[in-house]
Every structure is written in structure tokens, then in C-alpha cells.
Design a protein around this ligand. Structure first.
Ligand code: LLP
Length: 418
């Protein structure tokens, strides 16, 4: 449940009118509801209260410092996948001993950074990475805490771009070979094995694949324990889906019950890395209609584009379109498109929508996850601002970029000025 609702025909974020915020900050902008963020985090966290666990919010879904800090204040850890995300998490005040570092291509510099900061564990994804980590830890005179990210070969039945736990993907190590790798890791002097991890995909709408993944991970973990290899943590990644349109994903409670049931004979601390389920429906993208074009096909041209929200273009993802000020009356089928010079620049396609007119404000719903964090400067469009509402007030948590920001760091070599 989220706190974006129409009251007397006007869209509100909690108690604040979206129109009022638009007047103040201009469009387009991302808008998040603090009450929703907190509610979602707590719902997820408390669903696992019977189990020793740590919720490491997945920073990639939305890495704004204020969003990270919200979950850190609630006791959360952070799942990071790059030096940049680690930097953000630390800046937001995360406890390094609650940070897990995943990623298929960690650089030497990133590994050194993570070890120096004292993260909870690095989820290792290749044999070469394992040896690199051991070597770096040796030079730093420390022991690197690790787990292997295993690929349990489970079809999560989601979009192929976000399915990660099947053998055809680049992620993790083959679970059938993991035992041998753990034995090798045990012999490396600068490693400390902490556990096993996996992440099978994103936007899952059934609990079955999660339970199956845990069953396979559990089998491995019990084998490891049988050999005297420590498994203090089992990291089950993220992936729980949300409703964008007509999906009916399990409630965190249902997901947790299934995990608790399957995990009860594997006592350890469970780590979860939820992203979308926490922030997805806690945010919207607000954009303004610039023009409408009628013809064989109808277009509503808005001021947000694929560089601001790429999910529809990249995955054919459905994002609900809502009017900020309800229009009533007839509807028509149209594409909602942005100003970018690509035919793939759309936010909605062949969608029944109100008769929007220039100047109307539009809310693209469920845009809190993988919205701003995947945005770019394509077509030299400054990235939009981000706003957080709490208790009847709103806060600018990221300023809109300026033209100067766009060229920051660029240099013209002297020969071009001759
Ligand atoms: N842990 C790991 C290792 C991951 O790779 C991911 C997401 C998560 C946790 C968080 O997954 P979540 O709970 O958000 O499903 N850009 C795509 C989603 C990509 C997900 C990548 N990995 C989208 O917009 O749908």
C-alpha cells in the first residue's frame, strides 16, 4: 500500500498536493513518500522477525542519499554493487558491518575499498575474483570476509533481462561446482568464509522459485557444515515483485512464511536484499504535457523521456499513467512520448488515457525503483530533481542538474583552440 491518492480529484502524496510541488520545483521530477518507504521497509523487516536476519536494502533500486538514510535509520544494511554505491552507502551513514557487496565484475580498486572499509562480506562470483581478493587481503594484512554467490539454475519466470539465477546468465558460480570452490577457499590464508549467497532475479510474482533456490542453497550449506566450513550467513538476494499493472505478487508476509518454513532446519543469519518491493510503489515521476498530436496514431508529448525513466523502452515495462488533476470525460488511445530523438522513447504505448492537453500534469506511477537510478543525460538532458514528502512538508533531496553540470569534467584539448 502506498500514499499517493486522489482527494477531490487532485493527486496527493501523503497530505501534499502534487500540483503544489510541481509549481515549486518545476517538471519533470521524481517524488517519494517517506511514509510509504518506512511502511514498506518495516513490513518486510518485521515479516522475518522469527528469524535472525538482516535486511540489506539494494541500493541500485534507488540510491539517493536520503532514501538510503531512511532505511539505515530503521536499522537496515545495504547491498552494493560498485565502489560508487559503497561510497553512497557510507556517506548516508551505513554501518560497514551491515554492507554486502555483490557484483560480477568487481575491480581491484573496488575490492580494496570494500576491505578497507570493513564490509560484512563480498559475494564472490568467479574463481579469479576469489584469488584476487585473497591477494589483496594479504597485501592489506587482513582476512577478507566472503561468500560465494551461487547460481542455483532456477527459472524465476520474469523478464529475461532481469532473470539472473539461470545457468545461461553471467551471474554467480555453478552451484554444482560450489563445494569444490569452498574447499579451495578454505585453504586460502587471507579469506574468511562467512556464508552462501544467491539472487535469482527481479520482479518475481511467485514464491515457488525463491523456496526452490533456498532448498538448493540449504543443501549446499549443510554439506559445507558437514565439512567444517562455517556458514554464518545465508544471503537470499532480492527479487520480490510489485504490482505495476495486474500482477499479484505475494505479500512480504507470505514470502517470509515460505522462507521461514524452508529455512527452519538451517539455523543461521538470513540476509535479504530487497530493492523494488521497498521503493517501487513509494515513488512517482511527475511530468507535464507539452503537446498533443492527433492522427492515425495519437501522441501525448511530455517533458519526461526515456533518459529519465528507461523501463518502458528497455523492458517494454508497463508503468501506470495517472492525471494529477482528474479530468473525467472521454478517454482516447495514445502513446505517451518524450522529446528524445528515438522512436523507442515512450512512457506508455497504445494506452487508453484521458484527453490530456498542453500544461496538464501527469504522474507515472510505481517509478520509485530503477527510475532515477537508471536515468542518464542522453540528448544532453539534465537529470531531474528528486523530492521527498514527509508529514505535510516536502524536501528537495536532489537538485535538478544545470547545463553546467552537463559538461562538468569535459575538457577541450589545446590543439582544438589553436
Ligand atoms: N541483489 C542483487 C544481487 C541484485 O542483482 C538485485 C537486482 C537485487 C538484490 C534487488 O532486486 P529487487 O529486489 O529490486 O528485485 N532494472 C531492472 C531491475 C534490475 C535488477 C537487478 N538486480 C528493472 O527496472 O526492472
Amino acid at each position: 500500500m502506498h500514499f499517493f491518492q486522489h482527494k477531490d480529484g487532485l493527486l496527493h502524496c501523503e497530505e501534499v498536493m502534487v500540483e503544489e510541488i510541481a509549481r515549486e520545483v518545476g517538471t519533470p521530477f521524481y517524488l517519494y513518500s517517506y511514509r510509504t518507504l518506512v511502511r514498506h521497509f518495516r513490513a518486510f523487516d518485521s515479516a522475518f522477525k522469527e528469524l535472525p536476519h538482516l535486511v540489506c536494502y539494494s541500493a541500485k533500486a534507488n540510491s539517493n542519499l536520503a532514501v538510503l538514510k531512511t532505511f539505515i535509520n530503521l536499522g537496515g544494511g545495504v547491498d552494493v554493487v560498485s565502489g560508487g554505491e559503497l561510497f553512497r552507502a557510507l556517506r548516508a551513514g551505513a554501518d560497514p558491518s551491515k554492507i554486502v557487496y555483490s557484483g560480477v565484475g568487481k575491480s581491484e580498486e573496488e575490492i580494496r575499498y570494500a576491505l578497507n572499509e570493513g564490509v560484512l562480506m563480498l559475494n564472490v562470483e568467479s574463481y579469479q575474483e576469489l584469488h584476487l581478493i585473497d591477494g589483496i587481503a594479504s597485501k592489506l594484512g587482513t582476512k577478507a570476509p566472503i561468500s560465494f554467490r551461487v547460481n542455483p539454475d532456477i527459472d524465476p519466470q520474469t523478464h529475461p533481462y532481469i532473470a539472473t539465477g539461470v545457468k545461461q546468465t553471467k551471474f554467480g558460480i555453478d552451484i554444482d561446482r560450489a563445494l569444490g570452490w569452498y574447499r579451495d577457499a578454505k585453504e586460502l590464508p587471507h579469506l574468511e568464509i562467512r556464508g552462501v549467497s544467491c539472487h535469482i532475479g527481479s520482479q518475481l510474482t511467485e514464491v515457488g522459485p525463491f523456496v526452490e533456490a533456498l532448498r538448493r542453497v540449504k543443501e549446499l550449506a549443510l554439506q559445507l557444515r558437514g565439512e567444517g566450513i562455517e556458514v554464518e550467513y545465508v544471503d537470499l538476494g532480492g527479487g520480490l515483485g510489485i504490482t505495476y499493472h495486474q500482477e499479484e505478487p505475494p505479500h512480504p508476509q507470505e514470502y517470509a512464511q515460505a522462507i521461514i518454513e524452508e529455512g527452519k532446519d538451517l539455523p543461521c543469519t538470513y540476509i535479504f536484499e530487497p530493492g523494488r518491493v521497498i521503493v517501487g510503489n513509494a515513488g512517482i515521476l511527475v511530468t507535464r504535457v507539452l503537446y498533443t498530436k492527433e492522427g492515425e496514431k495519437n501522441f501525448v508529448v511530455v517533458d519526461a523521456a526515456m533518459n529519465d525513466l528507461v523501463r518502458p523502452t528497455l523492458y517494454g515495462a508497463y508503468q501506470e499513467i495517472a492525471s494529477v488533476s482528474e479530468k473525467g470525460g472521454d478517454e482516447k488511445v495514445a502513446d505517451m512520448v518524450g522529446p528524445i530523438c528515438e522512436s523507442g522513447d515512450f512512457l506508455a504505448r497504445d494506452r487508453l488515457m484521458p484527453y490530456f492537453e498542453p500544461g496538464d500534469l501527469v504522474a507515472v506511477m510505481s517509478a520509485g525503483a530503477y527510475g532515477f537510478s537508471m536515468s542518464s543525460n542522453y540528448n544532453s538532458r539534465p537529470r531531474v530533481s528528486e523530492v521527498l514528502v514527509r508529514d505535510g512538508a516536502f524536501y528537495l533531496i536532489r537538485e535538478r542538474e544545470s547545463y553546467e553540470d552537463l559538461i562538468q569534467g569535459e575538457k577541450i584539448p589545446p590543439f582544438l583552440d589553436e
